[in-house]
Ligand binder design. Sequence first.
Ligand code: ATP
Length: 248
Amino acid sequence: MVNQAEVQLSINNLSVSYGPIRALKGVSIEVRKGEIVALLGANGAGKTTLLQTISGLLKPISGNVYFKHLEITRKEPEKIVREKIIHVPEHRQIFGTLTVLDNLYLGAYHHYRKSGKKKLEEQIIQVFELFPILQERQKQLAGTLSGGQQQMLAIARGVMANPQVLLLDEPTLGLAPIIGKEVLELVTELNKTLGTTVLLVEQNVIASLKAADRGYVISNGEVVKEGSSKDLLLDDEIKEAYLGQAIS
Ligand code: ATP
């Protein structure tokens, strides 16, 4: 049982607008240390908006975000990165003309000067253990990797930042189901191996609930359901809405 005192991210009554469009309406979510929490919902539900607000790219009109006991609402993204809340955005955004290894080094940019070269090399070894395909392809230009490998690189680059919380935006987007499954298995493995807390945004509801401990369903900017993954997987409405979607 995870202790209440170990809350890593606490999002309270958060509302975010794009001009007249209200994308989030009083969203409250909690992520505890060591958990994988899935944030589920259809296109346009507000999932990306929530991640971008946590990582400081968007400023809310009301509500707040806490990382442990520190309020991070409206802090600049570079300050939030320093707290080791690392956002792996939708569509990967890796540097295609750089090698796999250089992309990984860039992930450690913020803490490299503080932690030094030795620590960096240790981290590369750790990342290669988790993502052996990236070790094999380390000298290859990132843009020449397959879609699944590029997604693994995007996540691995996030891991290089030594995250306490990893915000993953649709890591299976555009991937064949079998590759998407591999990516989600890797997320579970890095959570188990490194203890990294993960907030996972997905449209693949069934597959991501299988990887997650708990989940929240967002619809039209509001949380409409929450619970343990086990309960949500048994939920009739969820089964009805998403049946057949599983990455099996
Ligand atoms: P998707 O899976 O398509 O990324 P999502 O659940 O992540 O969906 P958001 O991208 O957060 O949803 O969008 C939430 C709402 O905000 C939608 O109605 C969307 O059209 C709107 N929205 C998102 N970005 C902008 C923007 N830059 N300007 C105006 N409206 C936006």
